[in-house]
Design a protein around this ligand. Structure first.
Ligand SMILES: Nc1nc2c(ncn2[C@@H]2O[C@H](COP(=O)(O)OP(=O)(O)OP(=O)(O)O)[C@@H](O)[C@H]2O)c(=O)[nH]1
Length: 298
């Protein structure tokens, strides 16, 4: 149960604070005048909702106002429903004997730490989890993943003799199967997304996994640093275009993240799966759109 409750306050606090002006402006209101519209716009942008989503939200509220807001509804409820509508339902993990989750994202987004959290979470759900160390660029990456694998009781797989992450994954797949793993989570390098080389390399990893199991990787999860705000939208577009992202983990929600950007990422059609709320392996929350929207607009 702690997956839902631990650090709840920390996760929502910043976003809640960022949205408090929006709440103040819309609570109890059924009509928008010019002054309200202008302060609402700046409050939404300050909360990191992004310009285009802010404009869409405002246009939606104006349309609703023009039609007349339902008797028992307010503009705050209207906005909440509008934003909730962007969240995609999260599908359960594939029922394959050993689903493979490829974890991608830029340097420092929190991939390795999130993998530790995911390994712990799915371990507690009854999976035998194996972690493959596919970040062959950063010298300490192996060591860091090995540490976390030991800490959360996962199988650690690496290949220090090669720089080719596709070769690591090819072997890791077999090794994990042999070890009886029921879930393989693969760490990858995170050099800047602008580097075509990184995307090409990640595509190669995907292709190689696909040769071992036509459906692998079953998931490509993008780890985004929540404190980076709207720049996450550009990152998500690049990774999604190259790799077909199937889920998002938003980290550092306990830090300076305002959280508004999460709506823009959701609007791209990418399911938000988890929120990271700290540096330990239990600082993870299953993402629930209803809870999130209710909490941050409370
Ligand atoms: N406060 C906080 N810190 C986090 C969270 N997730 C990760 N971190 C920290 O962010 C830093 C980077 O995390 P890593 O997991 O090493 O990031 P990475 O994406 O694997 O980075 P590279 O291996 O360099 O590509 C570390 O100091 C983590 O402890 C989180 O949810 N909250």
């Amino acid at each position: 149960m702690h997956w839902f409750t631990k650090n709840t306050d920390r996760v929502y606090a910043k976003t809640k604070r960022a949205m408090s002006r929006v709440v103040g402006i819309l609570k109890g209101k059924k009509r928008l005048d010019e002054a309200t519209l202008s302060s609402l716009k700046s409050a939404l942008i300050d909360a990191d909702l992004g310009l285009s989503l802010t404009d869409e939200a405002m246009a939606h509220l104006q349309t609703v106002c023009a039609q007349g807001v339902d008797e028992d509804a307010t503009l705050l409820e209207t906005l909440k429903a509008f934003l909730r509508g962007f969240f995609q339902p999260v599908k359960p993990l594939s029922e394959s004997l050993m689903p493979v989750v490829l974890v991608v994202g830029i340097n420092g987004a929190g991939k390795t730490t999130s993998i530790a959290k995911l390994a712990r979470y799915y371990g507690e759900q009854g999976h035998k989890v194996a972690l493959a160390s596919g970040d062959t660029y950063r010298a300490a990456a192996d060591e860091q993943l090995n540490y976390w694998a030991d800490a959360v009781g996962a199988v650690f797989i690496n290949r220090p003799d090669t720089q080719d992450p596709a070769a690591v994954m090819y072997d890791a797949y077999g090794t994990a199967k042999q070890a009886g793993a029921t879930l393989l989570i693969a760490d990858t390098a995170g050099r800047m997304h602008g580097q075509q080389g990184l995307m090409d390399q990640l595509k190669k990893v995907k292709r190689v996994l696909g040769k071992l199991d036509a459906k692998a990787p079953h998931e490509v999860w993008l780890v985004l640093d929540g404190s980076l705000g709207q720049s996450n939208v550009t990152q998500a577009q690049l990774f999604h275009e190259a790799l077909g992202v199937t889920g998002v983990v938003l980290t550092k929600m306990d830090g300076s993240a305002k959280g508004g950007a999460l709506f823009s990422v959701a609007k791209m059609g990418l399911p938000i799966r988890f929120l990271g709320s700290g540096e330990s392996s239990e600082d993870l929350q299953l993402f629930d759109p209803k809870v999130f929207v209710d909490e941050v607009f409370a």
